[in-house]
Design a protein around this ligand. Structure first.
Ligand code: FMN
Ligand code: FE2
Ligand code: FE2
Length: 395
């Protein structure tokens, strides 16, 4: 890796992981992911976070090369999730005099993961500062973005925020490290929203609190622990996060169906076309085909959600139940939800979806549309327009 200097004495030390298939063994990574670490070289030198163990063999050598014989004095542990912390033990072995900096919560979790002597951990309080020489660091606790111990580190002289999982995104840094070197709107933005909705979105209330806490802090550069470093236009990522954490959505509908033999799918396309005629953008997904990660991302983005399922053994289809469970976990708000489905003898799928709606924190708007047996043109022509009209009224 070529050396990347972010500003005087601050280096990008992150790595790309194109090999991992699923982040947290759940979320697909078609464009990979980066684990970002940073090194500040001053009278005292500091590494900020590490990388996932096994993702790159050269990480420690790279640190040594930049340090050029100087000792590594501190390792700041902003977050203990192993995608950032699993190299801590390797760092302490290579640099035995390094002191780990974390808050009281970090220290507790550090001890659950590593066998470290007490004197190797320096506990900092919220807002505490340390001087490195020309640079001064302050530490700010942002619990639950993404774990209870998570904090951000701010460098005062260069106004750099090491924001950890906040402002991160999926996708490797292919050549470009900085936002101003990259096609953000064309590529990274969707990977960033997918990361936000899948990983951070559940904690949106805590992201709002983090925003309040950092308001008034001048920020020139944002260095997250995944994805692009924001030096050209950090305001852009702040603007997007502020929208996402306040559950603001765009005009449009995500239409998701589970179908075995095509009847529920027929209904979905019929409904989708009526919405299209009304000029409402629609994204339609077969829940058995597209990974929930992408569907959740679009659910976060758009205001409308229409879920359809065939009945299946007195329940909804299991793949739709999986999606509902993931929606419940990430808890998007301010959505307009309608339900439809197909069955042959008891309408169990639609009933199950209606029952599940409150668990997702949603109300069903309008009357669900249910078709028994074949979803013929005549049945749909008689019922679908009224269903869509009712839905659109509350959109
Ligand atoms: C494994 C299986 C289980 C089913 N369970 C139910 C059920 O509990 N209640 C019901 O009314 N229909 C049930 N059905 C019938 C289907 O829900 C019905 O044929 C529906 O129209 C299928 O929709 P699709 O063409 O979108 O797959 C079941 C069908 C299958 C194959
Ligand atoms: Fe995390
Ligand atoms: Fe992370």
């Amino acid at each position: 890796m070529r050396d990347v200097c972010i500003s005087k004495g601050i280096y990008y030390m992150g790595v790309n992981d194109r090999r991992k298939h699923l982040f947290e063994n759940n979320w697909p990574l078609p464009f990979g992911v980066s684990y970002n670490s940073y090194l500040i070289k001053d009278e005292k030198s500091v590494l900020i976070d590490t990388i996932e163990y096994g993702s790159n063999d050269n990480f420690l050598n790279h640190i040594e090369r930049i340090l050029a014989g100087a000792p590594l004095d501190y390792l700041v542990v902003n977050h203990m999730e192993p995608d950032h912390s699993s190299m801590i033990e390797c760092v302490t072995r290579r640099f035995p005099n390094v002191k780990l900096i974390g808050n009281a919560q970090t220290a507790k979790i550090l001890k659950l993961y590593f066998n470290l002597p007490d004197e190797s951990i320096m506990i900092v309080k919220d807002g505490e500062t340390i001087s490195l020489g020309e640079h001064t660091l302050s530490f700010h606790l942002i619990p639950w973005v993404h774990w209870p111990e998570t904090m951000v580190t701010y460098e005062q002289t260069t106004q750099t925020l090491f924001s950890c999982d906040a402002f991160g995104g999926f996708g490797t840094l292919d050549g470009s490290i900085f936002d101003d070197e990259n096609d953000f709107e064309g590529h990274y933005k969707s990977e960033m929203l997918r990361y936000y909705s899948n990983i951070v979105g559940k904690y949106s209330g805590m992201v709002q609190k983090a925003f309040d806490k950092l308001s008034g802090v001048p920020i020139k550069t944002i260095c997250p622990s995944h994805g692009l470093v924001w030096r050209g236009n950090p305001g852009r990522v702040l603007e997007l996060y502020s929208k996402w954490c306040n559950w603001e959505s765009e005009k449009g509908v995500v239409l998701v169906y589970a179908s075995m033999y095509g009847n529920t799918e027929q209904m979905a396309d019929f409904i989708g076309r009526i919405l299209g005629e009304k000029g409402i953008p629609v994204r339609t997904y077969d829940v058995s085909k597209t990974h929930v990660s992408y569907i959740l991302s679009d659910i976060w983005k758009y205001k409308g959600l229409i879920l359809g399922t065939c009945a299946y053994n007195a329940q909804m289809h299991p793949m739709m139940e999986h999606l509902c469970n993931e929606i419940k976990l990430i808890a998007p708000k301010n959505k307009t939800l309608s339900i439809f489905g197909s069955s042959t003898w008891n309408g169990a799928g639609v009933k199950a979806l209606v029952k599940y709606a409150p668990e997702m924190g949603m109300e069903v708007s309008g009357t669900p549309l249910e078709i028994m047996g074949s979803a013929t043109y005549d049945k749909l022509a008689q019922s679908a327009e009224a269903f869509v009209d009712e839905f659109v009224k509350s959109l």
